[in-house]
Design a protein around this ligand. Sequence first.
Ligand code: NAD
Ligand code: UGA
Length: 446
Amino acid sequence: MGEVLVRIAMIGGGYVGLVSGACFAEFGLHVAVVETNPGRLSALREGRIPIYEPGLDALVETNARAGRLTFGDDIAQAVAGADAVFIAVGTPPRNGDGAADLQYVHAAARQIAHALTGYAVIVTKSTVPVGSSRRIAEIIRATRPDLDFDVASNPEFLREGSAIDDCMRPDRVIIGLDQKQPERARRAEAVMQRVYEPLKKLNAPLVFTGLETAELTKYASNSFLAMKISFINEMADLCEKLGANVQDLAYGMGLDERIGSRFLNPGPGYGGSCFPKDTLALSRIAQEAQSGCRLVETTVQVNEARKAAMAGRIIAACGGSVNNKTVAVLGLTFKPETDDMRESSSIPILHRLAEAGARLQAYDQVGMEAAKPLLPPETTYCETALESAQNADVLVVLTEWEQFRSISPEALAQRMQAKIIVDLRNIFDPAVMRKAGFTYLSVGRP
Ligand code: NAD
Ligand code: UGA
């Protein structure tokens, strides 16, 4: 007898729903993605991928063609016969207090409750505050008292830009179950074991915990990484003051396995759809629990100050004023290999420069369309990196796209009016740039 096919429904076809849905399908599960945004849905149905994520188009195409991955807006059709229903909708910060806005999660829970026809595990993949999985269970119970279901919390740890690899080869899979009800927990665990069977074969550790622990593990992980970045950013400042080199310092620190070498690259402050909102949300969760979370609160403050300080650094590099000066900008997205502009540090930095009278000439490989509504309206968008340097008084690197590393300093020097570079991602070699005649400033390096 062949293996019984595992069927899942994925509510939300954004970064997380689409990538993890496609990866589950690649592992042989049947995945029905439900997406309510008409533009996103029609793109997906026509085989166009609405986000930029390396490798995703091929993965979606293969699995859609094999019939394992389908897209629709009919939740009843998607959940019919599903063993597990994943919620992967957005949890943006709520206006005003920084807590996560759960309106999309709760709406999804109600829709699932109406649509289910048999037992399923309702799994939260979205990043949600502690207590949310129990709240989802309450909503479903209140909507459909007759329904037999369990809940699980299964936070996602993928990074944009390397999302497929992160999903296919995760460091760990965290699965929270209602341990207060052992019978139910066992039943839900059996389903989750089947869902993640292919990953177990790849030796990815499945960590089973309680619901609250799983929810908190996600916020704690993101906040710890954000704290690591803010720490190295402060060390970079200190290196500048003391004549030390942050790159060597990070290398030296990172060789200690207890510290680890990753996420020790200084820059213009972390951005993206998650670190800023999740650090705020964790601070809020701790406040509500009347528990201290000062390190995370300080991380948020350090990161906010960082963005303002980086704008100031660019202005200082131009002799104290950018009024009527042309600033070439390389990179706009919050990190390379994504078109995501959410909370990118480029947004406050470039607004500050525009307010100070700068003319902005920007280039980003894939982020310019998403950037346009968020950046100062008078920004000029260029076809190439070199074009952005034309007649520029200063060149600023904001995102470390790989292609920028191979730009010829001579070609830049020929085009620029003044030879000043502020490299906020440390992508160039200071010696090479200085040899080419540039005043070259980077982060935490002499
Ligand atoms: P997103 O905004 O890209 O995608 C959410 C999608 O859900 C949207 O396309 C929206 O139209 C759709 N949607 C909303 N309500 C729906 C409903 N009722 N039915 C069907 N579709 C619905 O968000 P995202 O970046 O994928 O993030 C989703 C969650 O995952 C968030 O909680 C986020 O914090 C978390 N997360 C994100 C990442 C990341 O790298 N982006 C990584 C890990 C975790
Ligand atoms: C981050 C986490 O890394 C994922 O594990 C998590 O699943 C995800 O958030 C989420 O919850 O959404 P992501 O935001 O895609 O992933 O990108 P990261 O690679 O973590 O970068 C975040 C920001 O930190 C970027 O602005 C990046 O430039 C900055 N960063 C990162 C640094 O400034 N220095 C570093 O050393 C690393």
